[in-house]
Ligand binder design. Sequence first.
Ligand SMILES: NC(=O)c1ccc[n+]([C@@H]2O[C@H](COP(=O)([O-])OP(=O)(O)OC[C@H]3O[C@@H](n4cnc5c(N)ncnc54)[C@H](O)[C@@H]3O)[C@@H](O)[C@H]2O)c1
Ligand SMILES: [Zn+2]
Length: 342
Amino acid sequence: MDERIAAEVTSVTIGRGVLEEIADGPETLIVVLAQPGAAQVTARVVSDLEARTIPVVTRMLPDAEEAKSFKVVEETTAWMGEIGVKRDGIVVAIGGGALTDIAGFIASVYMRGIEARYVPTTLLGAVDAAIGGKTALNVGGKNLVGTFAHPDRVVIDVDLLQQLPDELLAEGMAEALKAGLIGDPGLVDVIERSGLHADLEEVVKRAVAVKLAIVEADFREAGSRAHLNFGHTIGHAVEAVAGWSHGRSVAVGMVAASAISRMVCGFDGEERIEAIIAALGLPVACPGLNRADLHRLMRMDKKSDPEGLRMVLLEGLGRPLVSHIDPATLDAGLDAIGIGDE
Ligand SMILES: NC(=O)c1ccc[n+]([C@@H]2O[C@H](COP(=O)([O-])OP(=O)(O)OC[C@H]3O[C@@H](n4cnc5c(N)ncnc54)[C@H](O)[C@@H]3O)[C@@H](O)[C@H]2O)c1
Ligand SMILES: [Zn+2]
């Protein structure tokens, strides 16, 4: 099955066996930027391009966060210049969220911007990183540098995602759950019912639809786009302090944000969310972290302002809001995930 979600901003194809569509269109040099974990998918795409005699060059970038650096930007753009990539060249990014972040950045600055297409190969990449047109590099802080630049096309082949190991599936399910919590309560039901065995095509389509709708309404994050940060204020701090993966950190961040939502706006779904997260094999607590470290990181968060920390909370399922949080309430939220004060 193959369905196109029409978006003003990006063409997103979600389906099974749709990988080959990434190369459709006028023939021009294709620059494949790939991630080690996506080597098999990359080989398939490249051999398909070669079979269609479409000119293609490939470069493997470092894995995961290692790729998101100015050094990689410099080396890769210099290489693109040397091999003669022109304004009509197309970057095809194949990999997880880290790869689409860096490849998208490169495409957005090379010759002031050339076409970019994404093949997300992780569930997190498919439901989140590849959608919405934010690119990013880590410079000191995570994602401190980046551009707003929509890819021209995103092709999500669910058959690829179906083969992911449980751990990577769970990471993506955390973001899909977030999408459900802020914008599609029915998606929460689906994930609650079937966990990692949920119909991935349905999960991806629904989660992508939530994100596209939010991004179309508020591309540059003047307002409602912030709702996508549910679970991320505390999640990002946990990610930095504990060194956990993004999905696991966001999972525990959503548990804390649910507890704070109960305290601030009477949200009654806290236990349900915790149970769904636990059933996905994701953490619901992270004891042993230093509370002061988390406070420091949250003060530096891009989403904090002079009045203090702003967090996305839930009044109910599908009803997010942004609220200032006082320090005592924040600490009570940290208590809920096992982070005490010594
Ligand atoms: N731009 C955005 O809006 C946005 C949104 C969310 C997350 N992100 C970014 O996305 C990144 C996280 O994405 P991620 O979880 O995909 O991480 P990732 O890109 O680091 O990939 C995780 C690991 O999976 C491997 N991998 C990739 N495809 C695979 C496959 N098919 N089978 C097996 N292994 C595979 C990778 O090689 C890597 O080691 C972070 O850098 C985060 O900042 C960006
Ligand atoms: Zn996230």
